[in-house]
Design a protein around this ligand. Structure first.
Ligand code: ATP
Ligand code: MG
Length: 425
C-alpha cells in the first residue's frame, strides 16, 4: 500500500480529551474518529487491526467446535419481556420504536435472540452440545463512556453461547472456553489473568473475568504471584483455576487465602468474561429438548464474551513507548513500513522495487512514498508502530544496502536488497 494513496490521517498534536495512552495513540495514529460520545468510526488502519483480532478470536472459537453466526443488532422487545430482563436492564439499553410503534432495542447482549433461534430447531438431546458465537456490534448506553473505544457505547464483541444437556457437560463446555481464552490472548501477544468472578457457592453460577494487567485499567485486581510465571504448558483451567485471582469487590484482605508476599495487587482491563448460568434462559424462554429417557430437559447454558474493540486499546496499553504504538506481529495492520528517506531518483527506484516485490509475495507493507522530510516519515512510522521498518536512504544505498529497524527493540541492521527480501518472504 502506498501511503500517498492511503487514508491515514495522523495527528501531530496530542488530543486534549484523551486521558490514556491507547486513546491518544489511536487518535494520533489515525485509527479512529469520534462520531459522538462513545461512538467511533474505525478508519482504515484501525479497521485492519480490528479485523486481525476478529480473525484470531474466531479461529480459536472454531477450534473448540463453536459455529459462527451473525445475529441482528436490532432486537424486538418481546424476547426480553419473555426472559424477564426488559425492565431490569435499565438505561444501558437503547430502546427504540419502529414505524409501527413496535418496541425494539439495540442489542446490548444476545442471550434472548440465540435462545429463540435454538428453541426453533433443537428438540433432542442428540443435537447437543451446541455452541454458537458471533463477532458483532453491541450498544450499551454507558453512563460514562471514556478512554476512547475502551469503554465505548457502541463496541465490537465476540459473544458465544453454549447449550448442554446437563451440568457436567456444561462445565466441560465452560472449561473448553476458558482454555480457548488463554490461547486467544496469548496469540494476540498479551497476558490476560483469569479471575474468579462468581460467588464460589457449589452448584451455583461459575464465572471468570480475564484481565490484562495495565496501570490504566479500570479495576483493581489481586492475584497469586504464580500467574506472573505461567507458560503455555499451564494454559488450562485445571492448572490455573485453583490459584487466587479476583477483582476489587471480591477481594477481602481479611479472608484472602494467600499471604502478602505471594499476593500481587495491580490494575486490570477486563477483556473477557465467561459465565455459566444454568437454565435461566432455557426455562424462562421455554427451550426444551427431549432427553435420552424421553423426558423433557431444559438445556444448561453459558455465555462467553470477549471485548474485541476494547482489546485494540488493551494491546496498545501493554505495548507502546514514548514514540507510539508497538504492534505485536500477529495483530499488526501491516508487517513492514517501507520508508523512502530521500525521495531521489535512486531511492525511489529501489523503494518501488521492494514495494512491488513484497506486495506481489503477499507480505503486507505500507510504503511511505510521500514527498515529506525523512524526519516526518520516521516519526509517523514509529507512531503507527508497524513491527519492521525498511529504510531506503542514499547513504547506505552507496554500499548497496538498506536499513532494517525492529520497532520493538530499536535494533538496526544493514542488509543487501537480496537479504532484505529473503528476511521477509
Ligand atoms: P464492564 O464491567 O467492563 O462494563 P461487562 O461485565 O459489562 O464489562 P460483559 O457484559 O461481560 O461486560 O461483556 C463482555 C466483554 O465486552 C467485556 O469483558 C469487555 O471486554 C467488553 N465490554 C463490555 N462493555 C464494553 C464497553 N462499554 N466498551 C467496550 N467493551 C466493552
Ligand atoms: Mg458493563
Amino acid at each position: 500500500m502506498r501511503l500517498s494513496q492511503y487514508f491515514l490521517p495522523t495527528l501531530k498534536e496530542t488530543p486534549s480529551e484523551a486521558q490514556i495512552a491507547s486513546h491518544r495513540l489511536m487518535l494520533r495514529a489515525g485509527m479512529i474518529n469520534q462520531t459522538a460520545g462513545g461512538i467511533y468510526t474505525w478508519l482504515p488502519l484501525g479497521e485492519l487491526v480490528l479485523k486481525r483480532i476478529d480473525q484470531i478470536v474466531a479461529e480459536e472459537q472454531d477450534r473448540i467446535g463453536c459455529h459462527r453466526i451473525t445475529m441482528p443488532t436490532i432486537q424486538p422487545a418481546h424476547l426480553w419481556q419473555e426472559s424477564g430482563r426488559y425492565e431490569d436492564y435499565g438505561k444501558e439499553m437503547l430502546r427504540i420504536k419502529d414505524r409501527h410503534d413496535r418496541e425494539m432495542l439495540y442489542g446490548p447482549t444476545h442471550e434472548e435472540v440465540v435462545t429463540d433461534v435454538v428453541r426453533q430447531y433443537v428438540n433432542s438431546y442428540r443435537q447437543l452440545p451446541l455452541c454458537l458465537y458471533q463477532i458483532h456490534w453491541k450498544f450499551r448506553d454507558e453512563i460514562r463512556p471514556r478512554f476512547g473505544i475502551m469503554r465505548g457505547r457502541e463496541f465490537y464483541m465476540k459473544d458465544a453461547y453454549s447449550f448442554d444437556i446437563d451440568a457436567a457437560s456444561a462445565r466441560t463446555s465452560y472449561e473448553k472456553m476458558y482454555n480457548a481464552y488463554l490461547r486467544t490472548f496469548a496469540r494476540l501477544g498479551i497476558k490476560a489473568v483469569p479471575m474468579r468472578a462468581d460467588s464460589g457457592a457449589i452448584g451455583g453460577d461459575l464465572s471468570h473475568e480475564f484481565h490484562v494487567v495495565a496501570d490504566t485499567g479500570e479495576s483493581a485486581i489481586y492475584y497469586d504471584k504464580i500467574f506472573e510465571t505461567i507458560t503455555e504448558d499451564d494454559y488450562s483451567m485445571e492448572k490455573l483455576a485453583k490459584f487466587y485471582a479476583v477483582s476489587d469487590e471480591k477481594h477481602d484482605p481479611a479472608t484472602c487465602p494467600i499471604g502478602p508476599d505471594q499476593l500481587i495487587s495491580r490494575r486490570g482491563i477486563e477483556v473477557g468474561h465467561i459465565f455459566y448460568f444454568g437454565t435461566k434462559y432455557s426455562r424462562s424462554m421455554n427451550l426444551k429438548v427431549t432427553g435420552a429417557d424421553g423426558k423433557p430437559i431444559y438445556p444448561e447454558m453459558g455465555s462467553y464474551g470477549i471485548g474485541v474493540s476494547r482489546l485494540v486499546g488493551a494491546i496498545i496499553e501493554s505495548s507502546h513507548d514514548e514514540h507510539g504504538i508497538i504492534w505485536p506481529e500477529q495483530v499488526a495492520p501491516f508487517r513492514i513500513g517501507l520508508i523512502d528517506a530521500k525521495n531521489d531518483a535512486q531511492t525511489q527506484t529501489v523503494s518501488n522495487q521492494l514495494h512491488e516485490k513484497f506486495s506481489n509475495s503477499g507480505v503486507s507493507v505500507l510504503y511511505d512514498d510521500r514527498s515529506e522530510r525523512a524526519g516526518i516519515k520516521f516519526s509517523d512510522m514509529d507512531l503507527i508502530g508497524l513491527p519492521w521498518q525498511v529504510i531506503v536512504g542514499s547513504k547506505t544505498l552507496t554500499n548497496g544496502t538498506v536499513e532494517v529497524k525492529n520497532r520493538r527493540t530499536g535494533e538496526r541492521q544493514d542488509l543487501s536488497l537480496d537479504e532484505v527480501i529473503a528476511k521477509f518472504l
